[in-house]
Design a protein around this ligand. Structure first.
Ligand code: FPP
Length: 249
């Protein structure tokens, strides 16, 4: 129990790899896109529930840099679902005081989607409740590589000295510059991989895997994951005793 007391909190930043839409559809003899459509309903539900329970940062892996290689029709459908989702959700984001952000290589996205995303980010920029971040055309190695290039450029231009580079200052070159590191990562559908998602940022995150496919991941599943997190002891490399004395000051 002492461990539960040590960590009796909600994750400040929850990140989710939403997986299993295709398998959910295939198991019902439906086209894959039906799985994605049902997946969008789950996104709405989970965003709403996270807002309600008081999660400060929620990041959803919605489209990876590698997902561009999927069949063109599936990519097109996902882009159109995404655009529709953004347009429909902005009023709710405003009602819920949600700030919307995107991480990933936005340049790869179709122009109409980019415009919808930019509008949503601009309109919600002043909100101070939960920050909802969608990872789109996102790949963590690509992110780290572009950060390394930007660091190299700043050094060449004399804006940065190699000795000034720290874990903190390097983080500012990542897409996630304004976000704290995730405390908890959930991945659905039974896959136990990180799949090129926030490799730097997940260094100390708790990992939670569930067999449930994303379209079936409901409030109850979310609370199961949050309860599981509550019972874990995060030591950040320290011993339990050290941690206790840090916490008790
Ligand atoms: C994984 O299922 C899911 C995705 C590739 C994308 C997730 C997208 C959505 C939930 C819908 C769009 C998102 C938003 C925010 C509007 P999969 O197709 O990889 O499933 P499989 O592994 O069973 O094939």
């Amino acid at each position: 129990m002492a461990d539960a007391v040590l960590n009796g909190k909600l994750p400040n930043h929850l990140a989710i790899i939403m997986d299993g839409n295709g398998r959910w559809a295939q198991a019902r003899m439906l086209p894959r896109i039906m799985g994605h459509r049902k997946g969008v309903q789950t996104v709405r539900l989970i965003v709403e529930e996270c807002t309600k329970v008081g999660i400060r940062f929620l990041t959803l892996f919605a489209f990876s840099a590698e997902n561009w290689s999927r069949p063109k029709t599936e990519v097109r459908s996902l882009m159109s679902l995404l655009k529709k989702y953004i347009r429909l959700e902005v009023p709710r984001m405003m009602r819920n005081n949600t700030r919307f952000r995107v991480i990933g290589n936005r340049d790869d996205l179709p122009e109409d989607v980019r415009i919808a995303l930019d509008d949503a980010m601009a309109v919600t920029a002043g909100n101070s409740g939960m920050t909802l971040t969608l990872a789109l055309s996102y790949g963590s190695r690509q992110e780290i590589l572009q950060a390394a290039k930007a660091v190299a450029a700043d050094i060449v231009n004399g804006r940065l000295l190699p000795a000034e580079l720290t874990e903190n200052s390097f983080s500012d070159y990542l897409y996630t510059a304004a976000l704290p590191d995730p405390d908890l990562l959930i991945r659905t559908s039974g896959e136990m991989r990180i799949s090129n998602f926030m490799l730097w940022q997940l260094a100390y995150a708790e990992l939670y895997f569930t067999e449930v496919n994303w379209p079936d991941f409901g409030r109850e599943e979310l609370h199961k994951a949050l309860n599981d997190y509550r019972l874990r002891e995060r030591r950040f490399g320290l011993t339990s005793d050290q941690l206790r004395s840090v916490i008790s000051g």
